[in-house]
Design a protein around this ligand. Structure first.
Ligand code: S3P
Length: 449
């Protein structure tokens, strides 16, 4: 086998992923599918719960993050069938009909669950909710959603001046607002739009650059009345809305496909087709940057499935060159920066990533963690206040690294390990299950041929 892959349990009940490529002959070839899109999976569970009638979800991501959303909405009264990636059925309870749960709602590691749910809870009058999450989520900024909701009249309490979870929410009838978000964040935008669903009048959110638009697409499909102005990056929901259950077909997650796109681009001899990948233009910054770096990626079989563009992506190994990644493209590849840092480590020249300070408040401080962990493997990587500078070409050497419990860090380091000499041990690699439960199995299958 060209790559030895092993998982070990640690006494603390973590998992270490051990990857040791053979000196020659590793090439990633064949076809594979990645699991369902995380952002779309969350939204399908939430809108299905809030809609009237039945929603059917095909291709739901069974990662830990959407499972947190499903647990929360079951506790809020939605009737969600057993979760599987074929077909999940939800009997929605209708906007305004969530019940007050008798216990705390736990969003686990999932920022999307907590931030989007806050907009829904804050607008459910006469009910009291408490939301919390794991160590990582309880340290992530929530003022970005608390502020616009307060502007709409919401009553929210939390640690550190209402900015950290656990958060307590006394549901209210809210008033419409125009919120100018200082950050391009789909979580903030979606939180405000969801709060606007039950609010009478026009609730508008404007962001400095366009973030992913899955909420807008799905809200419209469920029957909400929305106006989108791409020129000013503004979206208005004309409330109150009625949502009707739909069939949602979840495409493969481009953020998960990104690991294989980079793996095949950097490993000589590779030729992979990743089938059924969502290629919504608000998510395809990674494809534009990899093309600019000289990657050989061809979209095949382009089609539209349930309101989202989908394609198969064929990627073949090629020599990569450095590039600059900054400005308005950042929100369109925000989750792919760790794996792009790996691509940059194998590209000729110095890649500069700027305007990405948001990475410091993700599941981990992704700028600091990528700089230290990839640096430990021998990459020439420097942390900038709002980005990274990576000079490619230094040979990487396997060593002990850590995911910092961040799923995208764990998988990015695994791809770096494929092109390193010797054995890499990735500690706390179980984090991958947040968005990609079968990551290690797919890695094994690809490497075992
Ligand atoms: C997401 C939005 C992004 C992204 C996250 C998922 C979403 O976060 O990083 O993984 O589903 O809306 P921000 O809105 O904080 O940029």
């Amino acid at each position: 086998m060209p790559v030895a892959i092993e998982t070990r349990k640690t006494p603390e009940n973590h998992q270490t992923l051990v990857i040791k490529p053979a000196a020659d002959g590793l090439a990633l070839r064949g076809r594979l599918r990645v699991p369902g899109d995380k952002s779309i999976s969350h939204r399908a569970l939430m809108l299905g719960s809030l809609a009237e009638g039945e929603t059917v979800i095909e291709g739901l991501l069974l990662g830990e993050d959407p499972l947190s959303t499903a647990h929360c909405f079951r506790a809020l009264g939605a009737d969600i069938s057993e979760l599987n990636s074929q077909q999940v059925r939800i009997q929605g309870i209708g906007l305004g009909n969530l019940r007050e749960p008798g216990n705390v709602l736990d969003a686990g590691n999932s920022g999307t669950t907590m931030r989007l749910m806050m907009g829904i809870l804050a607008s459910h009058s006469d009910r009291f909710f408490v939301v919390t999450g794991d160590d990582s989520l309880r340290s992530r900024p929530m003022s970005r959603v608390v502020k616009p909701l307060q502007q709409m009249g919401a009553q929210i309490w939390g640690r550190k001046g209402n900015s950290l979870a656990p958060l307590a929410v006394q549901g209210q009838r809210l008033k419409p607002t125009h919120y100018q978000s200082p950050i391009a964040s789909a979580q903030v935008k979606s939180c405000v739009l969801l709060a606007g669903l039950m609010t009478e009048g026009d609730t508008t959110v404007t962001e400095p650059a366009l973030s992913r638009d899955h909420s807008e697409r799905m809200l419209r499909a469920f029957g909400a009345n929305l106006t989108v102005d791409p020129e000013t990056c503004s979206v208005t929901v004309h409330g109150p809305a009625t949502l009707r259950g739909q069939t949602v077909v979840v495409p493969g997650d481009i953020s998960s496909a990104a690991f294989w796109l980079v793996a095949a681009a950097i490993v000589p001899g590779s030729d992979l087709v990743i089938e059924n990948v969502g290629v919504n233009p608000t998510r395809t910054g990674i494809l534009e940057v990899l093309a600019q770096m000289g990657a050989d990626i061809t979209p095949e079989n382009e089609r539209e499935v349930a309101g989202e563009p989908v394609a198969d992506l064929r990627v073949r190994h090629s020599a990569l060159k450095a590039c600059t990644i900054a400005g308005d493209i950042i929100p369109r590849l925000i989750d792919e920066i760790p794996i792009l840092a790996v691509a940059a480590a194998f590209a000729e020249g110095t890649t500069v990533i700027r305007d990405a300070a948001e990475l410091r408040v993700k599941e981990s401080d992704r700028l600091a963690v990528m700089a230290t962990q990839l640096g430990q493997m021998g990459a020439q990587i420097t942390e900038l206040p709002d980005g990274l500078e990576i000079t490619g070409g230094a040979a990487l050497t396997g060593t002990a690294v850590d995911s910092y419990t961040d799923h995208r860090i764990a998988m990015s380091l695994a791809i770096a390990a494929l092109n390193a000499t010797g054995e890499t041990q990735i500690h706390r690699a179980e984090a991958a299950a947040i968005s990609y439960p079968d990551f290690t199995d797919s890695l094994r299958q690809l490497c075992d041929q």
